[in-house]
Ligand binder design. Sequence first.
Ligand code: ADP
Ligand code: 5GP
Length: 190
Amino acid sequence: MSTKEKKMIIFSAPSGSGKSTIINYLLKKGFPIEFSISATTREPRGTEKEGVEYYFLTLQEFKNRIKNDEFLEYEEVYENRFYGTLRSECERIWNEGKLVVFDVDVAGGIRLKKLFADKALAIFVKLPSIEELEQRLRKRNTESEEELQKRLAKASHEMTFSYMFDNVVLNDDLKSVCTQVEELVLNFLQ
Ligand code: ADP
Ligand code: 5GP
């Protein structure tokens, strides 16, 4: 499978909803997709490496790139924590004949969907409840209490924008959400 069209799949949802888990499933299944590596001003966590999960930039470096118009979109997702999609990432991935996959916050997802319209499949990943989201974030154990609270505080607001996406999938049972997303991607590729 490969694609000559410049297409993309956008995954948006509150942090902890399962976007990375679902994207990893699609990668394992061999879909011709590649993750767009975002730039961020947050610190690496756990085993994260420069140029793998993110390009980790200082605030000054990030601002320079804004000035140079290097971002397709960027957001101050949390106070003083900037995240942005680099134009160069899309070109790199499309040149390989693959679809670009984005894991972005809800505002970024809506912006990318507006920019790319029917070239983009925009999927919102929903959880059964905020309590479940809190449990998953605690179990993932990758944030400090303060960072975790920031994510939870933002989540309820983000959930109200799900209607702006092409599809909303419920990540209750992991196997069933993965199958559902797989079907959506297969249809989009046809
Ligand atoms: P995101 O990329 O949206 O921040 P992750 O993919 O990191 O979210 O998922 C958050 C946590 O929830 C991870 O520890 C992941 O293993 C777990 N998780 C994902 N989907 C499910 C599910 N259906 N049931 C239980 N735990 C899940
Ligand atoms: P995390 O710190 O958990 O990796 O990511 C926090 C949030 O930032 C998540 O909701 C994630 O989707 C979002 N995010 C990551 N990269 C980007 C990006 O390039 N643009 C935007 N708008 N959000 C992003």
